[in-house]
Design a protein around this ligand. Sequence first.
Ligand code: MG
Length: 283
Amino acid sequence: MYVNYRAREERRTGFLQGERLLRIEGPSTDRMVVEGFPAVPEDAPRETDPVEFLPAVLRPGKILCLLRSYRAHAEESGGAPPPEPVFFAKLPNALLGHEAAIRIPPGLEGEVHHEGELALVLGAGGRDLEAPEAAGLVAAYTVANDVTARTLQRADAARGWPWTRAKSFDTFLPLGPGLVPASEVEDPRDLSLEVRVNGEVRQRSRTGRLLYTIGEVLSRLSRYVTLEAGDVVLTGTPEGVGPLRPGDVVEVEIEGVGRLVNPVRGDGSGGGRAAGAMPHFLG
Ligand code: MG
């Protein structure tokens, strides 16, 4: 899979094969989804510097997320699935790379949940598309954890407030480790999906239980928003969501797409200026 990472204060692009990271010259994965994924040269050097993985997409146009798109998760959330694909948005400050720490905001210990999800990355856009054409917009797949401040989400919903904040704290969207080109995933609706916390299985399902085809999802979204290259779509989570606590390690693994691993920390970092702290936008 194609990955973005930082080493020696530089943003680099690589190809991850198991534990082996090859350095490749080229643009970030954001551009690859539009321009195509380059062949990996046979003599690509192995990366030897210490690396910090960056999100699988550095600067998405939009991050759209399906709500209750697996029946069993809708039921554990206290309702039936909606009669059509319904979506909400997460904000890009939430993006996090593979192996980086999810931070639990002060006062929300024990109330922040994991949601393992298959994510789509679009390589082209459009609006008012029919399902077969919409399905063709997907350039790549990756793995997402739609981290959610559950009690805050429920409290805001009960008050009739938008619950965007419950989904968009910094670090609440691990995405990666990298992009798998769509051409390499034979059937995105026939993949096992598993979430483990400290090695214990919390969510186990298959993408085939998603209530809609990928074409149906994108077709529906395209009636409300113009889809664009670089948009990311989270297809929703199956049942088994549950709390993350400081000290935990959460893994989301999707067959043929990747295994996204993140430790969980308390947020003792405080606030302050962010200038220079997150160079994702240099992608
Ligand atoms: Mg979700």
